[in-house]
Structures are given as C-alpha cells and as structure tokens.
Write a protein that binds this ligand. Structure first.
Ligand code: HGY
Ligand code: MN
Ligand code: MN
Ligand code: MN
Length: 399
C-alpha cells in the first residue's frame, strides 16, 4: 500500500466536523482508534507491538535490543489540527519497512517504528509528554498530577487506557537501547514551497516553552457594577495578549502566541472572577525566549495592577534549542544528495530524544505552509518521495 493510502485509511479518525481539522488527544476515543490501526499495520508486517509504561507504541522488527534503529513520530493532534503533523512520520515508517523488505535489505540492528503519546500536549498541556516521560525530562509525580480541561488526571486517563499509573516515568533501559532515532515530519512553514524542493534535512529546533497566566479580579454583575468598582481580569488579559506581538518583534526569531484563554465562570453578563491564558513563546535561544516572556510578564503585571487585579505566571514547559546530530545529518546528505537543511520552529519528540540519542529529522514539503490547522497539506507525490527517502536513509543506517 502507498504511504498516501495509509494516510487515507485514518483520514476520518478524529475528524472534527464542527471546527474542521482533527482532534486526537492522549487516550481519547479517536487516539485509541489510531492505536488499534497502528497495531494492525504492525501485525500485518510481522512487527511485534508493545505499549511501554508511558503509553508510547513500539512496533519491533526483530527482538528489541541494544543500538536499535528507531523511526516514527506521533498520532495525536492539536485541537482542529491537520492530517499530516505526526501521522506522516508514522505511516512513512511503515511503508519504509515495506520498502526495505521488498529490497531484501532488512536492518541488521534491531528496528522499531514508534508512535509517541501526547506529543502536542493537546489534552494535558505538556508537549512531547510521552517522550519526556521516557527520558525523564518530566518527573513522574508531576506528570501523574497533570489534569485535562475536565479535571481528569493523566494517572486516571492512563489507568483508563490500561496502563499502571504507578509505572509512568523514566524508562532508562528502553532509552539506552535506542541507537539512533529518525523522525520524518511534514514541513510546518513555507520554506520548501519557496525553494520548490520536496524534501529537507532538519538542522535544529528553536527554544520554546509554555507559560500559564492566571489573572484574578472580582466576579460581579455586568450591568450593575460601576466602572470604578470593577476588578475585571479580562482587561489585563487583553493587554497581555496585545503585548505579545511587540515583545516578539523585540526578540530574535521571536514568536509569541496566545491560542487559549479561559474566563471563569464565562457568562456573557458576568464580570469574570479569573481569566487563564496560556502563552506559547519561542525564539532563537533561551536568553531571547525568556527575555520575551519577561517583557510580556511586565505588561501583564502593570495591567493587572492598574485594574486592581493580581496575576500569577507559571512556566508549564520549556525546551532549549536543540541541534540535530551532525554525523547523522551528514549520513542523510550522503544518501539523499543535495537536499536543503532547514531549522524548525516546531517542537518534536526528536527534540526530546536528541539529548540522549543521535537524532535526525527529515521534512516533506507543505505547499500551504500552514500547520496546526485543516489546511496543512502535502502532495501525494511528495508524500511518496518522503517515504522513499526515509527508506533510503534507514537502509543506509541499518546496513
Ligand atoms: O507545538 C509544536 O511545536 C509541535 O507541533 N508539537
Ligand atoms: Mn504539531
Ligand atoms: Mn508534530
Ligand atoms: Mn440577573
């Protein structure tokens, strides 16, 4: 089956007809359906499937063992996400297995296709949760206590998915068994479109993090409360959002986004008592990212004070700039020839593993350049070219 054919098989799983795009979050019904699909694809290829203690899926070609060659990505999405971000790396891994078999070139080392859990942090708010748990980048207790918007903890959701919540956490033996990790991903930007190239090799992931701002005022009646008596947390929240663009322009490669804002209680005729907003902040390096967040925090504090409100700022996740393994990049270049090398502003499980394992990424052109939205796209011929390139790289690395 073609790579596009595998993508088409899951094209309706978790499709969000109301908002458009996909909603596939850790252990929810859509993601569970994808786990079943993953297991079927693996079994069809004679790969042994296991779910690790953190809910990551592994399909082994041969016995798990040291120095394994691992490739894959994630199956979950952001709310209203696209069809390619994550699944493209997983389906390409399966068709790469087909190609290696057809070529009579099975990898000499143990080999696995992996789908990491909750890469987007769409349910529990921490991106790359499955790979962070695997590597110990997040502590087990902190992870277990993470709650989704309905107040369900990760521990409860994991138990509901058949995992033992007490076993969530670092998996050092499994991590030590990975020799190299390769992630193929749809491009999240317009670079390859402009250069008119179907493929790229990843160079680095810029620093990025998430901060929660909680503004507290006084809930009251929208009609009877005089302006001078108001402590409306929505106003400093709005000022904070307004400050993001200027702060981002001040930072090198700065990008600051508020995509989620939750007033409580959220009545039309009610002055909110609290407002929560989440800032996604990214820039060239840690210094620039934190300076940008500091500038936004300053704006939040002074706006809150002006309105007689308070604000609490909590760092929920942070990942420093990650440079992919140079030797692996050169191996990719030897196999793929003259292919552009591009940075990515998006986080990936590869960014978490890179601190422990030689890791590289391949990107497939996205002609719209749009990601995390229904317009995310890759042409079928580029999808096949990406999977063939992944097979070539894996054949080389596995030989
Ligand atoms: O949010 C990101 O950067 C990635 O798409 N998870
Ligand atoms: Mn994403
Ligand atoms: Mn992704
Ligand atoms: Mn009333």
């Amino acid at each position: 089956m073609s790579t596009q054919g595998l993508l088409d098989q899951i094209a309706d799983v978790g499709r969000d007809r109301r908002r458009g795009g996909y909603s596939r979050h850790a252990f929810d019904p859509a993601e569970r359906e994808l786990r079943t699909w993953f297991t079927e694809q693996a079994s069809r290829r004679g790969l042994d499937v296991e779910t690790d203690r953190n809910g990551n899926l592994w399909a082994w070609w041969g016995n798990p063992g040291p120095d394994a060659l691992v490739t894959g990505s994630h199956l979950d999405s952001v709310p209203g996400g696209g069809a390619f971000d994550g699944p493209l790396g997983v389906v390409s891994a399966f068709t790469a297995v087909d190609a290696l078999r057809e070529r009579g070139r099975p990898p000499r080392a143990p080999f696995a296709v992996v789908a990491f859990a909750e890469e987007e942090g769409g349910r529990f708010g921490v991106p790359c949760l499955g790979s962070r748990l695997l590597t110990g980048a997040i502590g087990a207790d902190a992870a277990r206590a993470l709650t989704d918007p309905n107040g369900v903890t990760l521990a409860e959701a994991a138990a509901g998915a058949g995992l033992d919540p007490e076993r969530l956490g670092p998996d050092p033996d499994r991590l030590a068994g990975i020799g190299r990790f390769v992630e193929l991903h749809v491009e999240q930007g317009k670079g390859l479109g402009y250069e008119n190239r179907p493929l790229a090799i990843g160079t680095d992931i810029s620093a990025h993090g998430r901060w929660r701002f909680t503004f507290t005022g006084q809930g009251d009646h929208a009609g009877t409360t005089l302006l001078m008596h108001r402590k409306d947390p929505m106003l400093p929240a709005a000022a904070t959002i307004g400050a993001t663009r200027i702060a981002a322009m001040d930072a090198s490669h700065g990008r600051a986004t508020v995509g989620r804002l939750v007033p409580n209680p959220g009545g039309t005729n009610v002055i909110a008592s609290t407002v929560d907003l989440w800032l996604d902040a990214r820039a060239e390096d840690e210094y620039c990212t934190r300076a940008m967040v500091e500038e936004i925090t300053e704006a939040a504090r002074s706006a809150a004070e002006q309105e007689g409100c308070t604000v609490q700022v909590t760092e929920e996740s942070y990942s420093d700039t990650v440079y992919f393994d140079r030797e692996l990049r050169h191996e990719f270049g030897r196999v793929l020839g003259k292919v552009p090398a591009i940075p990515t502003g998006a986080g990936h499980d590869a960014g978490i593993l890179a601190a422990h394992v030689p890791t590289g990424m391949l990107f497939v052109r996205n002609p719209t350049g749009i990601s995390h939205a229904p317009e995310e796209f890759a042409e079928p011929e580029d999808v096949e070219q990406g999977a063939a390139a992944l097979a070539d790289v894996l054949e080389h690395l596995g030989s």
